[in-house]
Design a protein around this ligand. Structure first.
Ligand SMILES: C[S@@+](CC[C@H](N)C(=O)[O-])C[C@H]1O[C@@H](n2cnc3c(N)ncnc32)[C@H](O)[C@@H]1O
Length: 128
């Protein structure tokens, strides 16, 4: 998304003195560590199931109290996980129309990640 990246850079320059230190990265968010984030937002309406699972694996590394906001799709398995409190989808108007918003709060550490690793292991064994 080079267009959005350029817009961010222009905005940061314009509001340089008034904003905390911010950085815009034009790259694959799966290749970066964001385990120290307090709030993560994914405009995830068009994301695949696999991509949502990969986001969950990274989100499992967030500390307690961190918030993950997604659109249209929940982080998979979080409603049943002891690691997450999920504010089930509520609808809000965005610039393009109505979106369903999910707010996930990290309340524990570890279980869901193990569950997904087990699932991936099972899938590997089935493919062999
Ligand atoms: C619905 S669009 C949102 C665009 C913009 N971020 C916004 O909020 O208006 C979702 C975007 O996520 C991007 N995306 C999907 N997987 C990505 C990844 N692994 N790393 C970085 N961007 C990704 C897609 O290219 C797409 O532009």
């Amino acid at each position: 998304m080079p267009g959005i990246h350029k817009r961010h850079q222009d905005l940061f320059k314009e509001f340089n003195q008034k904003l905390p230190e911010l950085e815009s990265v034009n790259g694959d968010f799966l290749k970066y560590s964001w385990s120290n984030a307090s709030v993560v937002f994914a405009n995830s309406t068009c994301f695949s199931k696999d991509l949502m699972e990969q986001i969950l694996l990274k989100a499992e590394l967030l500390r307690k109290g961190a918030i993950v906001i997604t659109f249209t799709k929940k982080l998979p398995g979080t409603s049943r996980s002891p690691n997450w409190e999920v504010h089930e989808g509520f609808r809000r108007y965005m610039s393009w129309g109505l979106a369903t918003v999910y707010i996930h709060k990290k309340v524990n550490y570890g279980f869901c990640l193990r569950q997904f690793r087990d699932k991936k292991e099972k899938e590997k064994k089935i493919m062999i």
